[in-house]
Write a protein that binds this ligand. Structure first.
Ligand code: AP5
Length: 216
């Protein structure tokens, strides 16, 4: 199954993508995680994108398309994949179609996770992320067993620089302007599968599974 998870920042794409990967074994490809790893490693790419990401702006399409093209060529993506945070603009969606067409593949569905902006702000302000394995926590709804320490790898939990209030506002603006038009883009292609993302993590996961079951 070749899936895209679409939704505003904080809608739960990373959380649900990880659960889908565990349940089905498809790799989860998060452009945000790949870019953050480049920033942490201090590579040329990382140095270029660090200020863009910290401000909550979008990284240029050609950079992200290059990353995705390389990643989708991986052996582990042959049986399926989950794209988290990509595509985010119409040119990225068109680029993805071309990349998949070249390798004789196509998208199976685009799962749109719908959540209000109010809820998004609540979620992002309380999010903590593992600096080593990218596992996602929330101070209130998914706290780690030991404060500040990842349950999975023991890594240090940090607040993402783009989870500051002004960066959250900018990310939501970018989403409304650049990414929301993808809803109509994929609806036209008959690929859009909306789910209500406002419930508990398990409820949202069940709604996504229902959509996937209907595709089989
Ligand atoms: P990216 O890393 O993709 O961030 P995002 O899209 O803004 O999404 P988030 O990771 O913030 O949220 P999420 O939907 O994954 O929610 P999560 O599961 O963590 O992108 C970051 C930056 O990288 C961009 O701003 C841009 O600069 C750059 N970038 C990346 N891709 C790009 C692209 N394609 N083009 C250009 N630039 C790109 O959940 C959030 C919180 O809520 C967590 O604390 C979680 O525990 C909690 N939570 C989740 N579900 C629930 C629930 N049901 N109930 C209660 N709490 C919940």
């Amino acid at each position: 199954m070749n899936l895209v998870l679409l939704g505003p920042p904080g809608s739960g794409k990373g959380t649900q993508g990880e659960l889908l990967a565990q349940r089905h074994g498809w790799p989860k490809l998060s452009t945000g995680d790949i870019l953050r790893e480049a920033v942490a490693a201090g590579t040329e790419l990382g140095k270029k994108v660090e200020p863009i990401m910290a401000a909550g702006d979008l990284v240029p399409d050609e950079i992200v398309l290059g990353i995705v093209r390389e990643r989708l060529a991986g052996e582990d993506c042959r049986e399926g994949f989950i794209l988290d945070g990509f595509p985010r603009t119409i040119p990225q969606a068109e680029g993805l179609e071309e990349i998949l067409r070249e390798s004789g593949r196509a998208l199976s569905a685009v799962i749109e996770i719908r959540v209000s902006e109010e809820e998004v702000v609540r979620r992002l302000s309380g999010r903590r992320t593992c600096s080593q394995c990218n596992a996602i926590y929330h101070v209130e709804w998914k706290p780690p067993r030991e404060e500040g320490v990842c349950d999975i790898c023991g890594g240090k939990l940090v607040q993402r620089p783009d989870d500051r209030p002004e960066a959250i506002r900018e990310r939501l603006r970018e989403y409304r302007e650049q990414t929301a038009p993808l809803v109509a883009f994929y609806e036209k292609r008959g690929l859009l599968r909306p789910v209500d993302g406002a419930g508990k993590v398990e409820e949202v996961a069940a709604a996504i599974e229902q959509q996937i079951a209907a595709l089989r």
